[in-house]
Design a protein around this ligand. Structure first.
Ligand SMILES: [Zn+2]
Ligand SMILES: [Zn+2]
Length: 263
């Protein structure tokens, strides 16, 4: 399978990258299946560099913090108003309440004459699914586990069940937790947030430092670790330097537009 970094800026969009969004693609039934993990601010525009948004088969949301989901509104606008027949086939996986959360975010104009939007609205336009511990999404076996963050948040493991194989684990946002390590055991790539720098007053149960992210990859025996979700106010190179002593294998920084083959 292929991984494309659509956006990797942490907590907010950045000067060079959209916020959290990762495209995972693999062959499926004589075409390419496209699963998008998160769709944070700026991701919809960046997505156009890689495919037409109508080709996205499914979106998986790690959680409903704005930096991970708000461009679902832009995705909906594109589905509804861009030239052509429009589309509503996209499945959106997320925590319970995702449709309602996006409905509040979109918050269509009140029903003043002439301002009413036709159709069911974003909360019923797409096919919403609550995350299960395991589900098949196109060619991917997708497993999830709760991780340690102030709202209901899922780490997501994607395995290509087709002939190419490959396994990817995306951490979502999390503090250090065993459930992430358990989900990532033996994964080819752990795509893991590293939003914190080393500091004495980092809040617990929120984010990982580079060192903690790399240590999670080492504990899981991941084949490679890619650090992501680094906010614009931190230096990616410094986060990488803090991580380096804690993982022996390939250790990378996510960069927007990069494409990787996994498996
Ligand atoms: Zn975040
Ligand atoms: Zn978050």
């Amino acid at each position: 399978m292929e991984l494309v970094i659509v956006g990797c800026s942490g907590s907010v969009s950045g000067p060079e990258s959209a916020a959290s969004s990762y495209l995972v693609q693999a062959p499926f039934q004589d075409r390419t299946f496209s699963l998008l993990l998160d769709i944070g601010p700026g991701a919809l525009g960046a997505l156009y560099r890689h495919l037409d948004p109508s080709e996205v088969d499914a979106i998986g949301l790690s959680h409903l913090h704005p930096d991970h989901c708000l461009d679902a509104c832009a995705f909906y606008v594109t589905a509804k108003y861009s030239p052509g027949p429009g589309w509503n086939h996209t499945e959106i996986y997320g925590p319970p309440g995702t449709a309602q959360r996006l409905g509040r975010a979109y918050d269509v104009a009140p029903a003043h004459e002439g301002l009413v939007e036709s159709g069911p609205g974003i909360a019923r336009h797409f096919r919403y699914r609550d995350w299960q511990a395991a589900q098949q999404i196109g060619p991917f076996q997708v497993r999830t586990t709760r991780v340690d963050h102030p709202v209901e948040t899922y780490a997501i493991r994607v395995e290509d069940t087709g002939p190419d194989g490959g396994s990817l684990v995306f951490s979502g946002d999390t503090g250090p937790c065993q459930s992430l390590v358990d989900l990532a055991v033996g994964a080819d790539l752990l795509l893991v947030e590293a939003a914190f720098m080393e500091a004495p007053d980092n809040a617990p149960g929120l984010h990982l430092t580079g060192a903690q992210a790399a240590a999670a990859g080492a504990a899981a025996g991941a084949g490679a670790v890619m650090l992501t979700h680094i906010p614009p106010w931190h230096s990616g190179e410094q986060v990488l330097a803090e991580a380096t002593p804690h993982f022996d294998g390939p250790l990378l920084l996510a960069r927007p537009g990069d494409r990787w083959t996994i498996g």
